[in-house]
Every structure is written in C-alpha cells, then in structure tokens.
Design a protein around this ligand. Structure first.
Ligand code: P6P
Length: 331
C-alpha cells in the first residue's frame, strides 16, 4: 500500500497554501541538511567555525551552513514575511514576500550541534507563526506577540533514519525520508500520542547543585524509586540533544527537563523560547502531553526577546502534573 506523502497529508489537514508552501520548502531544505550532515566527516565539517553567535556561542561550521541554506530557501517563499533563526541576531526580512504575507518562520537550523563531532543525533526545529501585521518591516515585537498563534511546528531528526514530526494545529504525524523517492512518507496513522505515564526522566544531572527546590524534590523521588513516595523505579536518559531527547519521549513516554538554574547565564535555563520550547510545546500538547515553564504552560509565555531562554519541563502528562504541583506548592 502506497504511504501518504507529506504534501497530501498537509492538504488533508486543511492547512493554508501559505503554511503548506513553507512546510514543503523546509522539508526540501532538511532533505539537503540530512545529506550535508551525513557527508560532514568526509567534508571536514564537524568542527568549530571562527564565528560566534549573538549569545557568544562558538558556531559550528554546520550551524552556519545549515542556517544559510534554510534562509535562502525560505526567502523564495512568498508567504514568508520574516524569519527568526538561532544563528542570526535580528529578525530576517523577506523582500520577496507577497502583499498579504503574514507568516513568520522561527527555527534552529541545527540543534544539538555539540553532538556533531561525536556523530550524535541532531535535528532541525521550526515554528510557523501567524503575524497580526503584514507591514513591510517586521519587528521583534511583531514576532513575539504572535508566539501564541502557531500555525505549524515540527522537528527533523537526523539519526539512523531521517524523520519529521509535525503538527499543523491538531494531530501530530511522523514521516520518514525515503531515499528512493526523495520525499517524506507517513510512517504512522498520523496520530502520534505521548504515553500518559512513564518511568523515565531526562535531565543533565551534573547541574544538580543549581536546581530549584521543585526539580530537586522531583528528581529525589525518582532516585528513591520503590523506596520513595513514587513506589516505582525510574530510568534516566540524557542525549544532550533536545530533538533526540524529545523524540524518545514521543516514542515511549518520559519527562524532559531543562530547568532554570542558580548559575550565571542559566537563570532561565538554556533552551530558546521561539524556536525550541514553543514549537516542542505545541507538538507535545497536540500529542496529549504537557509542556510547562515553572508553573506556566510554555505556550502562554510572553517573551520579550527573540532569543529569550525559558525553563522547560515537557512530556508524559502524569509526570509533568507532579512537577506542576511541586512548583505551585513552592511558590
Ligand atoms: P547541556 C544542544 O546544545 C542544546 O541546545 C539542546 O539541544 C540540548 O537539550 C541542550 O543544549 C543540552 O545542554 O547543558 O546538557 O549540554
């Protein structure tokens, strides 16, 4: 039986032409990124570049190459009014946009790039926002005030298989890149759901001394296992790549935590709101999971900077509920 193509699935979801053109363009860009990532060791591209981004982080060669590829491709889409990329300080305008273009694309072209040199799993995360304005010059506040109006969100994961997890507002669907057909084909019934319960947590334990009391209490209970209040044993996983850790949660449940920390520069954690936390929160919620930032749903955050970091707890609803209660009781 012929698997459904991404194009047909998007049409079936009732997405607008503007959103559909963006998603199909990103899928084409990421087909290219999958090849670039695959060939990187042979092309000597797994190292650091001589440039740093707005956050002062050393950019990897692949960060820049994949960013430039996505920006160039999206500039050809007339429904794209503007873009925000992790790798670029300011909002990127699209001079080729059509009169009524009102969509902004926010993306992290290559997330998890600290895993490139060790052939770890990395990915691309994207979010499509509908702007309230279609003025010629789109400002940061235009994009930030549209953050609750996500029309699409998704990630590509470059692992043994190149997969796409995407939602255009209701169900979440998973696609795999077919080498033969050079396109993404649906690999599940188009209704991915996150297990409500789980016994697996994902957090970087090396920062334990910096955690707030809610996180400390939650992890303490996980570590006590059957001896503690949870009365069950837990497993821990940390890939150090958000797309890899979140994808595992889609596949077999779990909770992913990147908390605010009492550590200079990490007061709001590490993950960015516009192109990491907000899209992942839409996907997770549409798959029946939960996504919060301390005691607030991530999707209700009003960010004040396009590169703003936010604390992230997301995954199986039962586990996130426990953390939500801990936050509400420690306020
Ligand atoms: P740490 C990758 O650099 C990243 O931005 C996310 O993909 C990942 O979840 C996080 O940082 C890992 O951070 O502090 O554990 O290295």
């Amino acid at each position: 039986l012929q698997k459904q193509t991404l194009k047909d699935w998007i049409k079936g979801q009732g997405a607008s032409k503007g959103v559909s053109d963006i998603l199909l363009t990103i899928a084409s860009s990421c087909t290219g990124i999958a090849k670039i990532v695959n060939d990187a060791p042979l092309d000597g591209l797994i190292g650091a570049s001589s440039q740093t981004n707005v956050q002062g982080e050393v950019q990897k060669d692949l960060d820049i190459i994949t960013n430039d590829l996505m920006v160039a491709d999206l500039l050809t889409v007339s429904s794209v009014s503007a873009m925000v990329s992790e790798e670029i300080d300011e909002v990127i305008q699209n001079s080729n946009k059509s009169e009524n273009a009102n969509l902004a694309v926010c993306f992290d072209p290559l997330d998890g790039s600290s895993n490139i040199d060790n052939n770890g799993i990395i990915g691309t995360i994207f979010s499509v926002l509908e702007l309230a304005s279609n003025s010629k010059n789109i400002t940061s506040s235009d994009v930030l005030s549209a953050s609750r109006n996500q029309k699409a969100a998704g990630y590509f994961i470059y692992g043994p298989a190149c997969l796409l997890m995407v939602s255009v507002g209701n169900k979440v669907a998973m696609f795999a890149l077919s080498e033969k057909q050079q396109q993404f084909l649906l690999v599940d019934g188009g209704d991915v759901s996150i297990a409500k319960q789980s016994n697996e947590f994902a957090i970087n334990m090396s920062y334990q001394r910096f955690w707030d009391s809610a996180i400390a209490k939650y992890i303490e209970q996980c570590l006590l296992g059957e001896q503690g209040k949870r009365k069950k044993n837990f497993n821990m996983r940390w890939a150090g790549s958000m797309v890899a850790d979140v994808h595992r949660i889609f596949m077999h449940g779990g909770v992913f935590i990147y908390p605010s920390m009492d550590k200079k520069g990490s007061e709001n954690g590490k993950l960015r709101f516009l192109y990491e936390a907000n899209p992942m929160a839409m996907l997770v919620e549409n798959a029946g999971g939960m996504a919060i930032s301390n005691s607030l749903p991530i999707r209700e955050i009003r960010a004040t900077n396009i590169h703003q970091r936010v604390p992230v707890v997301l995954g199986s609803s039962q586990e996130v509920e426990i953390l939500l209660n801990l936050y509400q009781n420690t306020q």
